[in-house]
Ligand binder design. Structure first.
Ligand code: C2O
Ligand code: CU
Ligand code: CU
Length: 506
């Protein structure tokens, strides 16, 4: 097994604009294959990275300052991970290596959103049916938060992200700057991902599900759990920290794995933000639960831990997976030094930003999260019992607010994500599974439970738990157009748990 905490935590480079087009910063980012050392004792591993870096370089942008990004694909023609050509959008007659970049959580027009069928191949030699332009514009009119950019190509998103195509995108604004939060070298992004390796250091991604001999080869798998945890692209790294306050922007960038982060010495997380920005007041939490694609903005105060070595662990348990403290139960190590290089003048304000509660709405939809078997006996996860290729059914009107009741009939928690919008979680409520199965009636069996304290801000991804109705309230806008909503377990997303939705300009 790989030795833990031998490598230092890498910090991704900051992207610089290559030029300005009428005062708008212009960035060019090229996807490239490269070999990167992911652990001291591993030979360099083949990965795909933005600008040849895994994870990709970090964007730092100012609110209201739009940017242009030209996303380019310079990847090989063959994929190095197993493609299932029975998956919609990944059929044999479609180019193997396709990419399209989505800025997760970004409030962007659909032409810059990275629709799964707006893919392009190397040098734009071939493009997908929804491809419109090569130059994306991000208006950045949203409050300070942590977004992330990642690949979204139809039918192979799980493989492209697993290969390394993901990076962070941080929006800054004046409201946040006024708060005097830890900044500069004390503001650190953490992208947490699980991976598995072959003996020779190659990335290992399974090519068929367990116990399903009739499945095609290669086959999509129902989920993926790696046995090794990487932070910012290094296996179980360590970070030297001073005895002071730090801000960590944590992203769960894993395919399937959920994490419940804890510190070995019981240090709390002081959460200040969720997916879509700061919350109203900082909240102390002993542990931090993140599903794939969720983010947490936290402050950790090491000031009383000088000289300690603290392990960031993972205690998330599900029916399918229990973390092993020797492997997936460990994330990284913090080594607290004895002294400060300069005084800590940061603060944790009692009040962060106002988050007005959404109450008014114009429409309610009830949408099932369900499952079916395919002709090989594999599970297909679905949104409201529909395949991706069926006509658009969710057509909210621009400027209107809707409540979506997500009825999770399956046995898994699905992190449900909507493009374009930010929303609030209203509550979760258990329902009677049997009555739904037999009589098609949705009958609650318990009270509506309000969201956790640290879920009370603006979100773009929500955990819909099995046997529960999860209610979210969503203002649709500010742009009309064609977007998608999906489960962010990438193996589900690729195998039909994704649907288009259309914001219509009445
Ligand atoms: Cu993280 Cu459809 O996106
Ligand atoms: Cu998204
Ligand atoms: Cu799912």
């Amino acid at each position: 097994m790989l030795k833990k905490f031998v490598d230092a935590l890498p910090i991704m480079k900051t992207l610089r604009p290559t030029s300005y087009i009428q005062n708008v910063p212009f960035y060019e980012v090229t996807m490239q294959e490269t070999f990167q050392q992911l652990h001291r004792d591993l030979p360099p591993t083949k990965v795909w990275g933005y600008n040849g870096q895994y994870p990709g370089p970090t964007f730092h942008v100012q609110r209201h300052q739009p940017i242009h990004v030209l996303w380019k694909n310079n990847l090989p023609y063959r994929h190095f991970l197993p493609i299932d050509t029975t998956v919609h959008g990944a059929e044999k007659n479609i180019p193997e290596v396709r990419t399209v970049v989505h800025l997760h959580g970004g409030v962007n027009p659909d032409t810059s959103d990275g629709y799964p069928e707006a893919w392009f191949t190397r040098d734009f030699q071939k493009v997908g049916p929804h491809f419109t332009n090569t130059l994306y514009t991000y208006p950045n009119h949203q409050p300070a938060t942590i977004l992330w950019y990642h690949d979204h190509a139809m039918g192979i998103t799980r493989l492209n992200i697993y290969a390394g195509l993901a990076g962070m995108y941080v929006i800054h604004d004046r409201e946040e700057a006024r708060l005097n939060l830890p900044c500069g070298p004390f503001d650190i992004p953490l992208i947490i991902q699980d991976r598995s390796f072959h003996e020779d250091g190659r990335l290992l991604y399974p090519s068929e599900p367990n116990n399903q001999p009739s499945a095609p080869h290669p086959s999509v798998v129902p989920d993926f759990y790696g046995d090794t945890i990487l932070v910012n692209g290094k296996v179980w790294p360590h970070l030297n920290v001073e005895p002071r306050r730090y801000r960590f922007r944590i992203l769960n960038g894993s395919n399937t794995r959920f994490y419940r982060f804890t510190f070995s010495n019981g240090l709390p997380f002081i959460q200040i933000g969720t997916d879509q920005g700061l919350i109203e007041t900082p909240i102390r939490v002993p542990s931090l639960l993140l599903a794939p694609a969720e983010r947490a903005d936290v402050i950790v105060d090491f000031s009383t831990s000088y000289g300690d070595s603290i392990v960031l662990g993972n205690e998330y348990e599900s029916q399918r997976e229990k973390p092993d403290p020797e492997t997936t139960g460990t994330v990284m190590q913090f080594r607290v030094t004895h002294s400060l290089t300069c005084q800590d003048t940061s603060s944790i304000p009692a009040h962060l930003v106002p988050v007005p509660k959404l109450i008014q709405y114009q429409k309610t939809r009830t949408l099932r999260l369900n499952m079916r078997k395919d002709s090989y006996g594999r599970n297909i996860h679905l949104l409201d019992d529909r395949l991706w290729s069926e006509p658009v059914t969710e057509k909210p009107k621009l400027g209107q607010t809707e409540i979506w009741n997500l009825i999770n009939e399956t046995r898994d928690t699905h992190p449900i994500h909507l493009h374009l919008v930010r929303f609030q979680i209203l509550d979760r409520q258990p329902f009677d599974r049997e009555l739904l199965e037999k009589e098609k009636r949705i009958v609650p069996t318990g009270a509506r439970v309000p969201p956790e304290w640290n879920e009370k801000g603006w979100k773009d991804t929500v955990r819909a738990q099995p046997g529960e109705i999860t209610r979210i309230i969503i203002p649709f806008g500010p742009y009309p157009g064609l977007f998608v909503w999906h489960c962010h377990i990438l193996e589900h997303e690729d195998y039909e748990m994704m649907r288009p939705y259309l914001v219509i300009n009445k």
